[in-house]
Write a protein that binds this ligand. Structure first.
Ligand code: SME
Length: 160
């Protein structure tokens, strides 16, 4: 049995250290990228409060294609440069969006989403996937969340 959830009230940086340790434990030595993405999507879902979606889009033949996730069924293909995920992938840059309704071109897969954090996963300088977190709360994510998920993306670069 895995129970990686942090204790209530754990400061965010410490919670992200624990999340990284859990991600290491779950993926180290496992070469199957789908299995690793599936477990990390579930880990994020379990670990982070106030989410309505956690998961991956992969870069496949120049567009983003839905990968393993937790939450409601989602858009399957996203062109590079479109929506929050497409911009994160095209610019190879984290997107921290306090209000998705104010983000030009936001793709509403689930009407309850109000804020979003998307972090690119880079391998050998190229974006191979993005990690997407959605929340029903406005401004759910801050710079500490972005730093934590960027550290996770670095761990996953060679494992997905
Ligand atoms: N809202 C995202 C699309 C993916 S879903 O949120 C799962 C976007 O604008 O890229």
């Amino acid at each position: 049995m895995f129970d990686f959830r942090p204790d209530e009230g754990t400061p965010k940086p410490e919670a992200y250290r624990q999340l990284l340790d859990a991600a290491e434990a779950l993926t180290s030595g496992e070469p199957d990228g789908v299995a690793n993405m599936a477990n990390i999507a579930a880990l994020l879902w379990d670990f982070l409060p106030d989410l309505n979606w956690s998961g991956f889009y992969r870069v496949v033949d120049g567009e983003l294609v839905l990968g393993p996730f937790m939450g409601r069924p989602a858009c399957i293909r996203i062109p590079m440069g479109q929506g929050v995920c497409g911009v994160a992938a095209a610019d190879a840059a984290t997107q921290l969006v306090e209000d998705v309704h104010a983000f030009p071109g936001h793709i509403a897969c689930d009407a309850v989403t109000n804020s979003e954090l998307v972090v690119p996963v880079l391998r050998d300088g190229a974006v191979v996937a993005v990690i997407d977190l959605d929340s029903p709360s406005k401004a759910r994510f801050d710079a500490e969340d972005a730093a934590g998920i960027e550290a996770l993306a670095a761990v996953l670069a060679e494992r997905i």
